[in-house]
Design a protein around this ligand. Structure first.
Ligand code: ATP
Length: 136
């Protein structure tokens, strides 16, 4: 069974969509939320998290946005949860995301696309360590 790191971005929290988004993850059969916390991310954590995008034009505004308010960081566990949460989220650009997906239902702006979810087992391992270092 897999674990993944999910962030509900500051736009999701500001807009009162925590329950809506967490509910969609929670309702998938057999998946469990095993950690969950509201927190404001510091620059160092964000630089480590988004290191692969350093130098891209959207990098600085992305870090600014991601530290503009609290996020919900959570760990979800279950059968194929890594690809599963990404499927619930939909593609990066919310306008391209199908209705029924989180980004498709609630987003319009690529930067403010509501949710982050680990994209592979390797990323999940790295991101879980970064956001929940105390977890076994
Ligand atoms: P993952 O982070 O797992 O690769 P993702 O869908 O979040 O998937 P990335 O390409 O990694 O997409 O980009 C990270 C985040 O940076 C996006 O979720 C989005 O918030 C922001 N972003 C990506 N591309 C753009 C862009 N062209 N303009 C503005 N913001 C962007």
């Amino acid at each position: 069974t897999q674990r993944t790191l999910v962030l509900l971005k500051p736009d999701a929290v500001r807009r009162g969509l925590i329950g809506e988004i967490v509910g969609r993850i929670e309702r998938k059969a057999g998946w469990t939320i095993t950690a969950l916390e509201l927190r404001t991310l510091d620059q160092e954590t964000l630089e480590q998290h988004y290191g692969e995008h350093k130098g891209r034009p959207f990098y600085e505004p992305l870090l600014e946005f991601m530290s503009s308010g609290p996020v919900v960081a959570l760990v979800a566990e279950g059968e194929r949860v890594i690809e599963g949460v990404r499927a619930l989220a939909g593609p990066t650009d919310p306008i391209a995301a199908a209705p029924g997906s989180i980004r498709g239902d609630f987003g319009t702006i690529t930067r403010e696309n509501l949710i982050h979810a680990s994209d592979s087992e390797e990323s999940a391992e790295r991101e879980l360590k970064l956001f929940f270092p105390g977890l076994s």
